[in-house]
Design a protein around this ligand. Structure first.
Ligand code: FPP
Length: 217
């Protein structure tokens, strides 16, 4: 059983721009993005995060050039294979959300391998969204737990078909920082600000009490 704790979700945007700004190919941005993922996974539990859901490959990303999609899917496979032992050692339970039927065989095998190797992890639940569309997941009734805090890097402020259902009451935190530059300090800043928000779920302000004295929902 995973310890509860915050469920943080991240739209890891800005890899391409990070690379272009350095005169590098976009795939170099994704590689740097994978290093940021490692930092965030390592740092999350100490910040009170029990579940982390990362948007690694959207179903709409198939529209990108084949060179980029294949590099990205290979990178994901390499990450899952390379990180599996560390995830086992650190009690990170890895699960994939999204479509499995259109992935390269090597990536499918890597996903199955890491999911089974880490199934008993209780320190952190790490969900990786691959070939993921929230609208499709909703049609199929596939859900993860409600999101507490949604982070999007790279300056855009939209959900891009990510966890639409689960973000019903999420707090949003947007930053211009590009994902490859994101690290534990940024994650801590997001969690700190989240801690200052008053979550009301449609109810009255904390100090106000019930609208009619003595009557509660
Ligand atoms: C969006 O940036 C990012 C992606 C489409 C891929 C995200 C993937 C990673 C961070 C790498 C590996 C992930 C894991 C879980 C190991 P973009 O390319 O659209 O950036 P841009 O808006 O600057 O072009």
């Amino acid at each position: 059983m995973i310890q509860r704790g915050l469920h943080v979700a991240a739209i890891m945007d800005g890899n391409g721009r990070w690379a272009t700004a350095r005169g590098l190919p976009r795939r170099a941005g994704h590689r740097a993005g994978a290093r940021a993922v490692r930092r965030v996974v390592e740092g999350a539990p100490a910040l009170g995060i029990g579940e982390l859901t990362l948007f690694a490959f959207s179903s709409d990303n198939w529209q990108r050039p084949l060179t980029e999609t294949s590099a990205l899917l290979r990178l994901l496979e390499g990450y899952l294979r390379g990180e599996a032992p560390r995830c086992v050692a650190e009690g990170v339970r890895v699960r994939m959300i999204g479509r499995r039927d259109r992935l390269p065989a090597g990536l499918s095998a890597a996903i199955a391998g890491v999911e089974s190797a880490t199934a008993t992890g209780t320190h952190l639940a790490l969900n990786i969204a691959i070939d993921y569309s929230s609208r499709r997941a909703m049609e199929l009734g596939e859900r993860v737990r409600d999101v507490d805090l949604l982070i999007r890097t790279g300056g855009e402020q939209r959900l891009s078909d990510f966890l639409l259902w689960e973000c019903a009451w999420a707090e949003f935190w947007f930053t211009p920082v590009r994902w490859p530059d994101f690290g534990v300090a940024e994650l801590a800043a997001a969690v700190r600000e989240y801690g200052c928000r008053e979550r009301r779920f449609g109810g009255p302000p904390a100090a106000a009490g019930p609208a009619v004295p003595g009557v509660s929902a």
